[in-house]
Design a protein around this ligand. Structure first.
Ligand code: ZN
Length: 330
């Protein structure tokens, strides 16, 4: 992982260049990069985009997604008293219902694709496995959801003759997914591992020690271009996942797996799709690493994570090219 950090520094530098700031602070890594591209999608458009995106997964997958939309598995819009966020749920003998808060942004559309990925995983598993094996582990869960996210963004990027601003907005969404899911969560995992090591060495595990650890990681991960304000060291305290031991690395492994699988599905078609769908049918009936190996990804080697991060580098190359094009047109 750490050998891929220079690409993150390059992304930070690109943000600084686009935002036109003298100093890039930690909060600036969250600012939107593309002014003026405020694509808004209706829910009907979102449904169609998701259906088009999952078309490579075949007839049956598409038919069930369509059924889910038609039978209103989804509680779509924000409402009075409704909580934020999104999830897929249901029980063994119910439909895999979805809660979300659709606002029409690209991110909202991506959330529908994501949650529908969970629901389809549940659907296949619940219709194949007995109740005791139908639930799947977290390690495989975020694969089914992020494969769909990636299929969506690849589908949108495949459109011909995009203007560079629109393309940059899409690429930025892609890079942000990588940043939030692979880089940031791996940084969290390092924090967790090192905090445990502090305790194991018998040293004091107090806020000052944890702040220190966290600040060092931010510097390592985001590089010399980033101004790290003092407040940043406290961020660990508000990450709820740290109260669930060794949860965070699974986002990074899940996303890396999803990158490999979605690339395989788009490049190799039928044979890759077949194995992927079989994986979705397995639910919790086998060990997670074995299930993923069946789908075509071996997480006992660093290869899938390296391949995913190489892809981050390539998306970044393209984003830099779009920025250069936009700058030349000014
Ligand atoms: Zn999810």
């Amino acid at each position: 992982m750490r050998k891929h950090l220079p690409d993150m520094y390059r992304y930070v530098a690109l943000r600084k260049r686009i935002l036109g700031v003298d100093e890039l602070h930690y909060y600036d890594v969250y600012a939107p990069l593309t002014k003026g591209v405020s694509a808004h999608y209706t829910y009907d458009q979102a449904k169609q985009m998701v259906l088009d995106a999952v078309a490579p997964l075949g007839e049956e997958y598409g038919t069930i997604v369509r059924k889910g939309f038609a039978e209103r598995w989804i509680d779509v819009f924000p409402n009075k008293g409704k909580s934020g966020g999104a999830y897929s749920g249901g029980s063994y003998d119910s439909n895999p219902y979805i809660m979300c808060n659709f606002t029409g942004t690209l991110d909202s559309v991506s959330t529908i694709a994501h949650e529908m990925g969970h629901s389809m995983h549940s659907w296949f598993s619940r219709h194949t496995q007995p109740a005791q094996y139908a639930d799947y582990t977290l390690f495989v869960a975020e694969v089914a959801s992020t494969v769909n996210e990636n299929l969506l963004i690849e589908h949108l990027l495949a459109e011909k003759n995009q203007d560079p601003a629109t393309r940059l907005a899409l690429l930025n969404q892609y890079l942000e997914n990588f940043k939030g899911t692979v880089y940031r969560q791996t940084m969290f995992a390092e924090f967790e591992r090192d905090a445990h090591a502090v305790a194991e060495r018998g040293e004091a595990l107090n806020p000052a020690a944890l702040n220190n650890l966290y600040k060092k990681l931010i510097v390592d991960y985001f590089g010399p271009e980033l101004v790290v304000d003092d407040e940043v060291q406290y961020e660990w305290a508000r990450i709820p996942h740290f109260y669930r031991p060794f949860y965070v690395y699974k986002y990074a492994t899940g996303y890396s797996t999803a990158v490999a699988l979605s690339e395989g599905i788009l490049k190799n078609g039928e044979p890759a799709v077949k194995k992927y769908l079989e994986f979705l049918h397995m639910g919790g009936s086998a060990y997670p690493l074995d299930e993923l190996r069946h789908a075509g990804v071996d997480l006992t080697t660093p290869a899938p994570v390296d391949a995913a991060l190489d892809k981050f580098g390539r998306i970044l190359d393209e984003a830099e090219a779009c920025v250069a094009q936009l700058e030349a047109a000014k």
